[in-house]
Design a protein around this ligand. Structure first.
Ligand code: DQA
Length: 285
């Protein structure tokens, strides 16, 4: 019988039993993220995802417009932008570190539905310096203790390198793949999840957009089969209103589900955390 590893993120067990409920902190500043973190924990979030790309300080440092009129992208790619983005990210980490739930750090690129358009080399450099900052002299003990995992987009080509660095610091890696337009063929989704496992991810996560109910069924099937086949936990999400059922369907074995607390949703189809908790309890196998 294949054994699936379970992960321990702070007080949360990931991959054992019901999906852990993750709430994304969207900022746009550290103070707003801290408020969102407090409400999310009060509402029962198991994990907080800090969406670095949605923080104005990070996006601005990476050259993205942040003003209402599209102005404000003062930074840019390259070392200076990376260092400034890292500084802004660590400031936000510090603001949310005491909220009482483990942190998953995510910088979602525009290619996968996020805010920042980063060349692959800059994406890798940002994640590596972020890890150094969390654990090194730029960080604090509170931040180091709170950061449980980092999200790495498998398509950016740096999963193995970032996983090696993260594991050296005791930080888990969530392999990540998004298709915000369609639900790819089953074989493609299966290959993506397997690639995450073979490149060092501790959890394999896929989020795709359905065109109809049949796409939702395919995603759920791929997720359930991957969970049976791989030795790491799997999270499989079908986005949008059509896919919302995938967020409250514990029987398929998804290790994580993303819900909304006080802030805005970080992806289409996320449901209010209170309802997610209620339905998960009702449908627990
Ligand atoms: O990967 C995911 C899942 C997600 O895209 C969702 O559909 O809930 C939300 C993102 O913030 C997160 O990084």
């Amino acid at each position: 019988m294949k054994e699936t590893r379970t992960l321990r993120w702070g007080g949360a067990r990931i991959g054992a039993g019901a999906p852990a409920i993750v709430v994304s902190l969207t900022g746009p500043g550290p103070a707003e993220a801290a408020d969102q973190a407090r409400s999310a924990v009060a509402a029962g979030a198991d994990v907080l995802e800090l969406r670095l790309d949605l923080l104005d300080g990070v996006a601005r440092a990476l050259g993205e417009p942040t003003g209402a009129d599209g102005s404000g992208g003062s930074g840019g790619s390259g070392e200076a932008g990376t260092a400034e983005a890292c500084r802004a990210a660590l400031e936000a980490c510090l603001a949310v570190a005491g909220a009482g739930a483990p942190l998953l750090l995510t910088c979602r690129t525009r290619a996968e539905g996020g805010r920042v358009a980063l060349p692959d080399g800059d994406y890798e450099a940002l994640l590596l310096s972020l890890l150094e900052g969390v654990a090194g002299t730029g960080g604090t003990a509170a931040v180091a203790a709170a950061v449980a995992a980092i999200d790495v987009e498998v398509e950016r080509g740096c999963l193995a390198a970032v996983a090696a660095a993260a594991h050296g610091l005791g930080i888990d890696v969530v392999g990540s793949f998004h298709d915000v337009v369609a639900t790819p063929p089953d074989a493609r989704m299966e290959a993506v999840l397997s690639a995450m496992a073979s490149h060092g991810a501790d959890l394999a996560k896929i989020a795709v957009m359905p065109a109809d109910g049949a796409d939702v069924v395919r995603l759920l099937g791929v997720g359930a089969r991957a969970q049976a086949r791989l030795s790491i936990p799997v999270a499989a999400i079908s986005m949008g209103a059509l896919g919302a059922v995938s967020r409250v369907a514990p029987v398929f074995g998804s290790a994580l589900t993303f819900a909304v607390a006080s802030g805005p949703a970080s992806a289409p189809g996320q449901l209010p955390i209170e309802e997610v908790r209620r339905v998960l309890a009702l449908l627990a196998p």
